[in-house]
Every structure is written in C-alpha cells, then in structure tokens.
Design a protein around this ligand. Structure first.
Ligand code: NAP
Ligand code: HSE
Length: 434
C-alpha cells in the first residue's frame, strides 16, 4: 500500500467503547486494513483524565485532554465521538463537520436531541456523519434500514432496544426475584448507566426508537413531547406471574407504529405473547422486528450493548467512512418524509391493557372499579383478585378490551384519586407485534 493515503483516526472518549474500538483496530490492523482496502493510523485520543490507566496499547503522546486538538488537527480525517452527553458532544461534532471531516458516533442521546442540526451541518459543509453504534449495539440496524431495506415503507418497527432492562426483566422472571434485588445486581455489574433514569425510565430506548423512526419516516419524535415513554421501575413479580400464566412475557418494548397517516412512537413495558420471537430474546440481547411493505417481516437479534458489540458497529462505520473518503462520495443520508404523516395523539391510539392495582378488600370495591372504567368506555376482559401480604388489601389484576391510550390514562387518574386504591394503578400494554 506504499504511497497511498493513510487515513488518520482521532478519538474523543476512550472509555468502554473507545477502548474497544482502539483495541480491535490496533490488534487486528493487518486484516482490517486489507478489508478496508486502505491503511489507517490511530492518531490521537482525547480523555478527561490523561493519568487514568487504560486497558489498551496507547502511548502518552497519543493522548490529550483537549478535544480541539483532535477536532482541529488538519491531519485527522475521522473523528470518533465516543464521549457521550449532549452539549459538549454537539459542539465538537459540529466543529468537526464544519471542517468537512467525518464523524463517527455511538451517541444516541445527542442524535435524538440534535440530529436535525447535525445532519444539516454535515450536508452544508460537506462533512459526513456515521452513527451505526447508536442503536442496538452490534445489530447493524441502521444499515438495514438505510440500505438493505431501502425499498420499503414500514408499518411497524418494534423491539427491545435497552439491554439493561432486558437483563433485569429476564432475571426477575427466571429467578422469581424482585425488581429491587436484580437492579442492585445490574448496578454492581456496571450495566446500569451512571444516569439510571436513561435505562430504567425508558429514555435510552426512546432515543434509539426515535432515531429508527426518523430513518424510516423522516419525522423526528421528541421523547418528552411526542412520545409515550415509561420504564420498568413498577414491574412486580405479580405481573411476571400473570404473564407466565397467560403465555406471555414482559419486555420493555420500543415501537414506531404507522396507522394510515399517523405515527405513534413509544417505549413501555408490555406483555408480548410467547409466540412472538421478540418475547424470546433475553438477557442483555436486543431485537428489532420490522414489517416492510416490500420485504414483509424481518427480525434482527444481537448484543445491544457492551464493549465489543458496540466496537463492532463503530468499526463498520470507520470502514464506510474510509471507503467514502477514498472515493470522495457524498454522505448518503437521504431520508424521505411523507408530507401527510403526523405524530399520533393519545386519542388516536388504541390497544388492550393490563392493569394491576392494590385495593381495599371491601364489599363494593370491584363494582366501583368496573364502574369507573365503564365511565371511560373501557370494558374489562379478564379479572383476577390475588392475596396481598397486607391485611385488608388485595391485588386486583385485570385486562381490558380495546380502548384508547387517552381513556386508559384518564381512568388511571380517576382510580388514583379514588378512595378504593392504594397508590397508582400499574399499566402494561398488551403488544400486538408482527
Ligand atoms: P464511558 O466509558 O463513560 O467513556 C466516556 C469517555 O469520554 C471517557 O474516556 C471520558 O474520559 C471521555 N470524556 C467524557 N467527557 C469528556 C470531555 N468533556 N472531554 C474529553 N473526554 C471526555 O462511556 P462509553 O460507555 O464508552 O460510551 C460512549 C458513548 O457510546 C456514549 O454516547 C454511549 O451512550 C454510547 N454507547 C455506549 C454503549 C456501551 O455499551 N457502553 C453502547 C452503545 C452506545 P475519562 O476516561 O478520562 O473519564
Ligand atoms: N444502557 C444501554 C443499554 C447501553 O443498556 O442498552 C447501550 O446503548
């Protein structure tokens, strides 16, 4: 490869993912370079603390504490943004793109929040932005949507996009162990993000499904304003038992469902029938199921997080980046928006629901629950009363016939405000997949 250009790669962030990428690009450089069809050099890595011990072969001269010494170095062709966060990551990404550089990122939070600005900047300044690792770790789902399934319109994209929640739910079910005990284990194993709410309250999965919904439909759904987002904190063993008695499994399901011209993007714990492949994807694994009008149904399963799975996706982007630089190809992110499409309101979306509530063990309570639901035009399908450990209380578990998201929300609020129930009703959606 003598005389040819050597592509120089800079890193901002050398933590879990950064070190995984560096490790593989360094250790397997001969085979990687043959596969990429070009030579590369691991030029520089920016970190917060340059004195921290790293588990990779990196010299002191290759490290810096100044991200601009990576971004503004004219000899660096590819900037890997593997630092996380939104504000600083955005600033550095835009600075690199404005110089026409290639940025490779695993940062779903910054893409979900600022994707429109990032893509516009890349286009305006001739920069390129690759982000395969931002969704579903090792599953190349972004390439699948943008390239492999480009012929399709998607009526439904759904799946498991948060490995930590899947790990917790899997262990709760397998070991009949309460949420609190397993979350504690997940923390100990380093699975739960430093900001726990990202995983446990569904925001991380919301960022990821928002990115997939954008790629499929050209519409940005803001998790806080346009999506229904709830996490797994309320899931109890009573729900797990109900699920297994009813041939179902509880998963944190992220979905983008198009009905006519309406698109509903959501993340919530749901009951999935065991016959659904996604219900059988366990531990830290992710799954994405797609229904395309040309291809039909496809399901993609793989590791959604962790050093090597994520590094695999980042390295795939680096390979694409090198190829695109070698032939001076423009960035191929062209997303078509259907001008008739709008984001659905909760009045437009309907489904069947499972409700669990802790109620007084008194005459007339069941009748009041039924009447309150009927007031919102909600009809009960199944109803079960179960023993509660506390005297004078019982668990009431029920499922509904089809009703709207808005009516179930109103009914839950009325139940919460009533005298008959302790705390809030806990809701699971009964998910109808492919
Ligand atoms: P991490 O282990 O916390 O590493 C972050 C790295 O960024 C560290 O090296 C840190 O430096 C550096 N850094 C942070 N702020 C900085 C700043 N202001 N200036 C310079 N350096 C800074 O995070 P990670 O798990 O590798 O995740 C990186 C990105 O990948 C995130 O966007 C994350 O959401 C995404 N991602 C992670 C996974 C996963 O499994 N971990 C999977 C998919 C996507 P120090 O080392 O000195 O602290
Ligand atoms: N916290 C994320 C998860 C990391 O558990 O899936 C990967 O994006």
């Amino acid at each position: 490869m003598d005389g040819k250009k050597i592509f120089r790669i800079g890193f901002i962030g050398m933590g879990t993912v950064g070190q995984g990428v560096w490790k593989h690009l360094w250790r397997d450089r001969d085979i990687m370079q043959r596969r990429f069809g070009a030579e590369y050099e691991l030029a520089k890595a920016c970190v917060r603390d340059i004195n921290k011990k790293r588990d990779i072969e990196i010299t002191r001269q290759q490290m810096t504490g100044d991200p601009y010494s990576v971004v503004n170095d004219p000899s660096i062709d590819i900037v890997c943004e593997l630092m996380g966060g939104t504000d600083k990551a955005l600033e550095l990404t835009l600075a690199a793109l404005k110089q026409g550089k290639v940025v490779v990122s695993a940062n779903k939070a910054v893409i979900c929040k600022h994707g429109a600005q990032i893509f516009e900047t890349a286009q305006k300044y001739g920069g390129k932005y690759f982000f395969e690792a931002s969704v579903a770790g090792g599953i190349p789902i972004i390439k699948v949507l943008r390239e492999g399934l480009v012929a399709n319109r998607f009526s439904l994209i759904y799946g498991i996009l948060n490995g930590t929640c899947n790990y917790i739910l899997t262990r709760m079910e397998r070991e009949n162990a309460p949420y609190e005990a397993i979350v504690e284990d997940a923390r100990r194993l380093g699975y739960v993000e430093a900001d726990e709410s990202l995983d446990l309250d569904g925001w991380d999965a919301a960022h990821k499904i928002s990115i997939l919904a954008y790629l499929a439909h050209g519409v940005w759904a803001n998790p806080e304003k346009d999506m229904l987002v709830s996490g797994i904190r309320g899931v109890k063993l009573e729900d797990m038992h109900w699920a297994s008695e009813n041939d179902a499994r509880i998963k944190l399901v992220a979905a983008a469902r198009r009905t006519g011209n309406s698109l509903f993007v959501s993340v919530y714990p749901a009951l999935l029938p065991m016959a659904d492949v996604v219900a059988n994807v366990n531990d830290v694994y992710n799954a994405v199921a797609l229904s395309g009008d040309v291809v039909g149904r496809t399901v993609h399963i793989g590791r959604g997080a962790g050093q090597d799975a994520t590094a695999s996706a980042v390295i795939a982007d680096i390979a694409d980046a090198i190829k695109s630089l070698a032939v001076s190809a423009p960035c191929s992110l062209s997303v078509a928006k259907d001008s008739n499409l709008h984001l659905a309101s909760l009045e437009e979306v309907s489904g069947e629901f499972y409700l669990r509530m802790e109620v007084k063990d008194e005459a007339g309570v069941l009748a009041q629950v039924a009447s309150l639901l009927a007031g919102e035009n909600i009809s009960i399908e199944l109803l079960q009363q179960k023993k509660h450990g506390v005297e004078g209380r019982v668990w009431l578990l029920l499922t509904t016939h089809e009703c709207t998201e808005a009516s179930i929300n109103r009914a839950c609020k009325k139940l919460e405000d009533s005298e008959i129930i302790f705390g809030k009703p806990f809701v699971l959606r009964i998910f109808k997949g492919l």
